[in-house]
Design a protein around this ligand. Structure first.
Ligand code: B12
Ligand code: SF4
Ligand code: SF4
Length: 291
């Protein structure tokens, strides 16, 4: 399929938006069938963007570059890997619905029902969307892989230097694609806020990198002015301080919610996300005057 870059971007953006709008898997089946996610944000970045090699220093050598991911995948598939300069990445943000954000904003010690449903069924939809995009691209003659979806390529691990991490960090990929910057809580602040989930696909289509803030904390009020820290006040585990986010305390709390969620909402999943709701950056890039 011969497409120019703008046509490719339009094709992918429209398909992601269509899936979010029309796929029944993006609906609260157990509630009122409303949408779990609102209109997505879609970004693109070159697979050879130097940021990806830099992430090997920031995160660790175990973190894949897009070229490594598609090369490994091509070899497993038995096809010739594409030349590095033909590799591009599509990243998207799935903003969590207002009803869910409002419900979680009313919680203090546990995640709300809709939030827990979105963690479980919303991630199922996110997995499905990434697999769909791979199929959609492969049907059009491309080689495509969603690195987090392919269990041969993806691993979560605990690293000595950075703690809990993985071989494909969706937030770092979304930052590379110009979709947002990191907040004090570690959440990615985008033009649609910080309450969202992320997905991405690597493809053999050359894409240009976007302009993006060089300051990785540009949209966080705390890092810009020293104020705000509402996310820290929201965290029931004390995991957020002016030194950042303690992943161990966070993980312990998030996993401790399993029994509450099972007893209260009847599903087996862990979740929290209190630091992503009732905060200045919940649904937008906050104004630096926000406290
Ligand atoms: C491991 C993991 C966790 C761990 C650790 C989180 C972490 N900070 O890494 C624990 C269990 C604590 C966790 C908790 C939660 N998680 Co989680 N988790 C992941 C997972 C599987 C991997 C993350 C990873 O690889 N991190 C890599 C490490 C290195 O990232 P990091 O330490 O945050 O990076 C910092 C530094 O590298 C720094 N940095 C320093 N120098 C530089 C320089 C440059 C150039 C750059 C770019 C960055 C940088 O930037 C970061 C911020 O400080 C991802 C899915 C995925 N594949 O990405 C989901 C993911 C991060 N989780 C997600 C969510 C939603 C949650 C929870 C809200 C739980 C829930 N759903 O209810 C909480 C929120 C925690 C928080 N405050 O953000 C979303 C985040 C979306 C968002 N809104 O930001 C993700 C992306 C899942 C998804 N598919 O959407 N999670
Ligand atoms: S709540 Fe405030 S301090 Fe926390 S991440 Fe958002 S803007 Fe930054
Ligand atoms: S997810 Fe929950 S425990 Fe983790 S930092 Fe946010 S509020 Fe704290």
């Amino acid at each position: 399929m011969k497409l120019c870059q703008d046509e490719f971007k339009r094709l992918m953006t429209e398909e992601i938006e269509r899936m979010v709008r029309e796929d029944t898997a993006n609906r609260f089946e157990k509630l009122n069938h409303t949408l779990m996610y609102q209109t997505p944000l879609v970004g693109f970045v070159s697979g050879t963007d130097p940021l990806f090699s830099h992430l090997k220093q920031v995160i660790g050598n175990f973190h894949s570059t897009p070229v490594e991911a598609i090369t490994q995948y091509s070899k497993l598939k038995g096809v010739t890997p594409p030349p590095a300069e033909h590799v591009g990445v599509i990243s998207y943000i799935l903003p969590i619905s207002q009803a869910t954000r409002d419900e979680n904003a009313g919680m203090k010690d546990h995640p709300s029902r809709r939030w827990a449903y979105t963690r479980l069924f919303g991630q199922d939809f996110n997995n499905r969307l990434q697999s769909h995009l791979v199929e959609f691209l492969e049907q059009r003659g491309f080689i495509a892989v969603a690195p987090e979806q392919d269990k041969r390529l993806f691993k979560q691990l605990q690293d000595e230097k950075v703690g809990w991490a993985s071989t494909w960090s969706q937030r770092h990929v979304a930052y590379a694609a110009g979709l947002g910057t990191f907040g004090l809580s570690d959440g990615l602040i985008t033009s649609k806020g910080k309450a969202h989930r992320i997905g991405s696909v690597v493809v053999n289509f050359p894409l240009e990198s976007p302009a993006r803030p060089t300051d990785i904390h540009q949209y966080c009020v705390f890092y810009q002015t020293g104020g705000c820290m509402i996310c820290a006040q929201r965290c029931p585990a004390g995991a957020i301080t002016d030194r950042g986010h303690d992943k161990n305390l966070c993980k312990e709390f998030v996993y401790s919610q399993l029994s509450y969620i099972q007893q209260s909402y009847g599903i087996k999943i862990y979740a929290c996300g209190l630091c992503q709701t009732k905060v200045a950056c919940e649904k937008q890039i906050p104004n630096n005057q926000d406290k």
